[in-house]
Design a protein around this ligand. Sequence first.
Ligand code: AP5
Ligand code: MG
Ligand code: ZN
Length: 218
Amino acid sequence: MNLILLGPPGAGKGTQAKILEEQMGFKQLSTGDMLRAAKAAGTEIGLKAKAVMDRGDLVSDDIVIGIVSERLDQPDVKKGVVFDGFPRTPAQAEALDKLLASKGQKLNAVIEMKVDDEALVKRIVGRYTCAKCGQGYHEEFAKPKQAGTCDVCGSTEFTRRADDNEKTVRDRLHVYNTQTAPLVAYYRAQGNLHVIDGMADIAVVTREMSSVLSRVKA
Ligand code: AP5
Ligand code: MG
Ligand code: ZN
C-alpha cells in the first residue's frame, strides 16, 4: 500500500510517517530528509539544494523526481511507502503516478493534514531533533521523558534545522499555499483524498490515520 501525507510545514508529516513505519510496516520516504542528508554529505545534489532549502523555496522537480525514482528501485520499499513531503508540485504528482505505474504499483491514499498557520509556526520554531538517532522533539508538545536526554538512544546532543526560523517558515507556508495546495484538487479528482484534523494531539492524529487506512483498499 502506498500513501502520501500532504500538508504544510509543521503539519506533522514526519512525526506520523515515522509512527506508521514503526507500527504498520510502511517505509518512510521523506524528500526533505534525503535532501538534508545530501547537503550534509556535500554531494553535488546537496550543494545545489542548500541555498534553495535554507531560504524555504522548492528544489527543482528534476532533482527531486530523480532521487525518488532511484529510491523506489530499492528492495525495501516494495511493501509500501509513506511519502512525506513529496509530491509538492503538479509535475511531481504526475511523475509519481507514472513511476508507480511503471513498477506495477499504485497510490492507495492521500491524507491531507489540516493545521492552522499560527500553530504551524509554533510547532516549527519549537522543533528539535536528536543529533545521533534523528528522533524528533518539540519544546512544548513532544518533550523527552528526561529533559535533555533522547528517549530512544540516550544522546544528549540535539540539532535544529537551518530553515526552522519564523521568517523562513512563513516563506515555506507561502510556497505551500501557492505551489503544493493545488495537489488537493488533483487527488480529490482521482478519488484518493482523505482530509484529517492535524490540530489534534499526536496520538489522536495517528488513530485517525489508522482509521482512514482501514477503509482503503490495498
Ligand atoms: P521538508 O523536510 O519536507 O519540510 P516541510 O514540508 O517544510 O515540513 P516539516 O518537516 O517542517 O514538517 P512536518 O510536517 O514533517 O512536521 P513534523 O512532524 O516535524 O522540506 C524541507 C525543504 O526541502 C523544503 O522547504 C524544500 O526546500 C526541500 N524539499 C523537500 N521535499 C521537496 C520536494 N518534494 N520538492 C522540492 N523541494 C523539496 O512536526 C513539526 C513539529 O511539531 C515537531 O516538533 C513535532 O514534535 C510537533 N508536532 C507534530 N505533530 C504534532 C501534533 N499533532 N501536535 C503538536 N505538536 C506536533
Ligand atoms: Mg518533516
Ligand atoms: Zn536519539
